[in-house]
Design a protein around this ligand. Structure first.
Ligand SMILES: O=c1cc[nH]c(=O)[nH]1
Length: 179
């Protein structure tokens, strides 16, 4: 196995700040907007962006939730393992809100398709956008694109993009891993 660093901590920091600024530009005071992290890997990115939005701006109101996709995935019946769902926590109304889905890596688009189905159980948002730290270009199986992209990466199918967060892995870094 070999791995190469795609992003160091400093670059991730710059990207997170840029993504937060883009969100502010489009969503102003966030009164009509909520951030929803996709389980499991979008959660840390969601926390980090929410932290930047709260600490470094005047925003004092931010609705942040988590959405689990396990049983909405189109391949969940194919799994021979027992699936364990993560939690969904959406303790606010999504009806007529601008929802921003947040995930770390956009790859085939199938997770986002599942998220679009899952969110329907909570109401009918006014709009849904997608923010991703890494956009794996040319890998999509579905016509899905991110609204906000941290970094575009060209990776082939036997490569994997791994995102490390300091709260979990003791470092902020993004790696391209080849088996
Ligand atoms: O490369 C990939 C693809 C999907 N999810 C990841 O975390 N990495």
């Amino acid at each position: 196995m070999s791995q190469k660093v795609l992003l160091h901590a400093k670059e991730i920091d710059i990207i997170l700040n840029r993504l937060a600024c883009q969100l502010i530009e489009n969503h102003k005071d966030f009164k009509e907007t909520c951030l929803i992290g996709l389980q499991p890997r979008g959660i840390q990115l969601t926390h980090r962006l929410a932290e930047i939005l709260k600490l470094e701006t005047e925003i004092d109101f931010l609705e942040v939730g988590k959405l689990d996709l396990t049983f909405y995935r189109d391949d969940f019946r194919r799994s021979d393992k027992t699936l364990t769902a993560n939690t969904t926590e959406i303790d606010f109304i999504v009806e007529n809100k601008n929802v921003v889905f947040i995930d770390d890596v956009l790859y085939t688009g199938r997770s986002i398709r599942a998220a679009l189905t899952a969110i329907q159980s909570y109401g009918r948002p006014k709009s849904i956008e997608l923010l991703t730290l890494i956009d794996r270009r040319f890998s999509r199986h579905l016509p899905i694109q991110a609204t906000y992209k941290g970094r575009k990466v060209d990776a082939i199918d036997d490569e994997k993009v791994k995102v490390h967060w300091k709260e979990i892995h003791d470092e902020d870094a993004v790696y391209l891993v080849k088996n």
